[in-house]
Design a protein around this ligand. Structure first.
Ligand code: 5GP
Ligand code: MN
Length: 358
């Protein structure tokens, strides 16, 4: 892809074509052939899952289709302002309704995950239902078996994949303010408000297009990043003060929180969102791990800056996965064992983590 605008501000960045014209034609024809859809995201939907799924909802409605978003479980409260978020059906709470929607839908769009295993019980229902399924995603190694696959791991967010797909389908005129607001939410949250994984000029060309749809980017930012509860703020202070261990020679840090501690700070889902990124604000830290004790397991979150691969660490040490700079996994023993496993992992990855000799 020619970066002809590099070092020159005369040309506006172009958005190069991503997909085969036949695949795009197939995507377009889906919204003619099928008139009702269910849109599904991964468990514990994040901003990109919510943003791309709701963005797809608005797009499909603009195409004259009926559509509903089904999420496997709860999403953080700070997404509860998003356009049409009130119509989202939570599978673990409203299973019968969601099953009925899936049975009645003619086809399914899968957003922001690479395999049905990431959707929990919804995946089992989808397998049994046998509806035509299309995947729109940016995670590496998409599972086979989707009828249509639009997967681009090099892109910063599923919302970016979806914007470009709609654009290439010749339907960007159908992206109204609400759709654009949802897509911008996906882009903004998956890039830490454009602070990482967002250096490609076309990302800002897309942002420019979304701005011209009338979105209020500062409002979106505040609703998500300035919506903290007192409990979360205090839990963050506690985590940083009392529960952060630094491994200076390995340029790494660990934060861990147990159920007891979470209860003490009246934890609600989403309260620890972003904690894993905090240690990366320290000079010299390139790798961060956050361990949160859930009811049935310990949730592992990993983040890195630069070349260190969280994906390799997640898959080798915690049987997880994700992206180079953001990965996760699940651990089914106690917290002490999880910490020990993390520290064994650090030793294993010592060659990649040690500061380069000067
Ligand atoms: P988070 O730390 O925000 O929960 O997850 C960051 C990224 O890691 C997600 O976008 C997802 O790609 C990946 N991820 C998180 N948890 C898991 C997991 O249990 N298994 C796998 N394979 N990937 C995960
Ligand atoms: Mn994403």
């Amino acid at each position: 892809m020619p970066h002809f605008w590099k070092g020159c501000c005369t040309f506006a960045p172009m958005i190069p074509t991503l997909f085969d014209s036949s695949a795009v034609a197939e995507f377009r024809s889906w919204t003619e052939r099928y008139r009702s859809f269910v849109i599904v995201t991964h468990v514990s939907p994040d901003g990109d899952a919510m943003g791309s799924a709701l963005g797809m909802l608005h797009y499909l409605q603009a195409r004259g289709c009926r559509a509903r978003v089904v999420v496997p479980n709860a999403f953080p409260e700070f997404f509860r302002w998003m356009p049409q978020v009130g119509s989202v059906v939570q599978y673990d709470f409203h299973r019968e309704q969601a099953d009925r929607l899936i049975d009645e839908a003619e086809a399914v769009f899968c957003l922001d995950f690479n395999g049905l295993g990431r959707t929990g019980a919804v995946g089992e229902k989808l397998r049994a239902a046998g509806k035509p399924m299309a995947l729109v995603d940016h995670h590496p190694s998409p599972e086979e078996g989707f009828d249509l696959t639009f997967s681009r791991p090099a892109l910063c967010a599923t919302a970016e994949v979806l914007f470009r797909l709609i654009d290439e389908a010749g339907h960007s005129g159908l992206i109204g303010k609400d759709c654009a607001t949802c897509l911008y939410t996906g882009l903004m949250t998956d890039t830490g408000a454009f602070t990482y994984n967002s250096a490609r000029p076309e990302i800002f060309a897309i942002v420019s297009r979304l701005l011209s749809c009338g979105i209020d980017k500062d409002y979106i930012y505040r609703r998500i990043f300035c919506a903290q509860s007192v409990g979360r703020m205090k839990l963050m202070g506690y985590a940083l003060y009392a529960k952060m261990k630094i491994y200076p020679e390995l340029r790494s840090a660990l934060i861990w929180l147990t159920q007891d501690e979470l209860k003490r700070f009246s934890y609600v889902k989403g309260d620890t969102e972003g904690f894993v990124n905090l240690p990366l604000q320290m000079k010299g830290i390139v790798f961060s791990c956050f361990l949160r004790e859930d009811k049935t397991m310990i949730k592992v979150s990993l983040r890195s800056v630069g070349r260190f691969s969280c994906t390799d660490f997640a898959s080798t040490v915690f049987k997880g996965g994700g992206h180079r700079n953001a990965s996760g996994g699940e651990f089914y023993e106690d917290m002490d064992r999880a910490i020990a496993r993390f520290e064994e992992g650090l030793e294993l990855f010592r060659p990649q983590l040690e500061a380069p000799a000067r």
